[in-house]
Design a protein around this ligand. Structure first.
Ligand SMILES: NC(=O)N[C@@H](CC(=O)O)C(=O)O
Ligand SMILES: [Zn+2]
Ligand SMILES: [Zn+2]
Length: 344
């Protein structure tokens, strides 16, 4: 049987939620990854170092016995995040970044930034202390076509931001377009990007295959095939500015299969397998380890993991759902379909 052994990967963009949802999804991530950057878009959001410490404690308490997994925490940037909180975050040792959600751009982003200028003093402090800014890169103007919102964000917000704060460490999260891949590639080393497995595997046709497929709906929404190909090219390029971030975003089955379904794909149950499939399809399995296990920690200035994981080329059928809440299950991306890689 064909096998692939790589340094244990990390997930540089993950939603773990809280309470019973956290307990349900955390074992999936903790089995595969050594660390994960945990998104702060809880209700209410994680805006202070004290809240991040408490959330971190709840995550650690929810870990399965014997798990060796380190949650890397983030703060949710609001119009009122003071520069003093940045200094506190940098000193904490466990807060690794600050997350910018444009207000209203995605799930639980109501408390997000209404105007980038409101954060200038805070961003200046982040640039000074070297605390990275993670960005959900979409404008929210309803007049802008949904499929153009990432490009318009780059042109109107991100490019000017990197000019104003040239030393600021920035990760453009879950990039979905050729424009984003080209922009990130054109910037200095302090600007990087994460790419999800689903944006490497699918284009927007997947959302409409034979009918509306809510489990393929996420934000930023899947784009056309040319963009998917550009993302694959970036992921397999060996350029260390591009690294793994699943954006696994759990929502209960009833919240997805609804008249107004939530955005987010649940991929944590087989994250590394989905990436392996994408890299294999591109004829670039040999590039998976750098993307999944080396470039992320290198960029964050953290040590690489020292243990390894092994994947086997082996077909298995994804369950129709997994336990999630007492009242509802969660439907994984690819439910009922066959995956061809399996982590041992
Ligand atoms: N990606 C998504 O579609 N949803 C994420 C939020 C986000 O990462 O934008 C979520 O929290 O559900
Ligand atoms: Zn996002
Ligand atoms: Zn996300």
């Amino acid at each position: 049987m064909m096998q692939l052994t790589i340094t244990r990967p990390d997930d540089w963009h993950l939603h773990l939620r809280d309470g019973e949802a956290l307990a349900a999804v955390l074992p999936h991530t903790a089995r595969q990854f050594g660390r994960a950057i945990v998104m702060p878009n809880l209700k209410p959001p994680v805006t202070t170092v004290d809240q991040a410490a408490a959330y971190r404690d709840r995550i650690v308490a929810a870990l399965p016995a014997g798990a060796c997994f380190e949650p890397l925490m983030t703060l949710y940037l609001t119009d009122n995040t003071p520069p003093s909180e940045v200094a506190k975050a940098a000193a904490s040792g466990f807060v690794k970044a600050v997350k910018l959600y444009p207000a209203g751009a995605t799930t639980n982003s109501d408390a997000g930034l209404t105007d980038i200028a409101k954060a200038y003093a805070t961003l200046a402090e982040m640039e000074r202390v070297g605390l990275p800014l993670l960005v959900h890169g979409e404008v929210t103007d309803p007049a802008i076509d949904l499929f153009d919102r990432e490009k318009v964000f780059i042109d109107t917000v991100l490019a000017p931001l990197t000019q104003r704060f040239p030393q600021l460490k920035v990760v453009m999260e879950h990039i979905t377009t050729q424009d984003a891949a080209e922009f990130v590639a054109s910037t200095p080393a302090n600007v990087a990007a994460t790419i999800t497995a689903h944006h490497l595997l699918y284009n927007r046709n997947a959302i409409f295959q034979g009918g509306v497929r809510p489990h393929w709906y996420c934000l930023p929404v899947l784009k056309r095939e040319t963009h998917r190909q550009a993302l694959v090219a970036a992921a397999i390029s060996g350029n260390p500015k591009f690294f793994l971030g699943t954006d696994s975003a759990p929502h209960a089955k009833g919240a997805k299969e609804a008249a107004c379904g939530c955005a987010g794909c649940y991929t944590a149950y087989a994250a590394i397998e989905l990436y392996a499939e994408a890299f294999e399809q591109a004829g670039a399995l040999g590039k998976l380890e750098g993307f999944a296990s080396h470039f992320g920690p290198d960029w964050y200035g953290l040590p690489r993991n020292t243990d390894r994981i092994t994947l086997a080329k082996e077909n298995w059928t994804v369950p129709a759902d997994y336990p999630y809440l007492a009242t509802d299950t969660i439907v994984p991306l690819r439910a009922g379909e066959t995956l061809s890689w399996k982590m041992l």
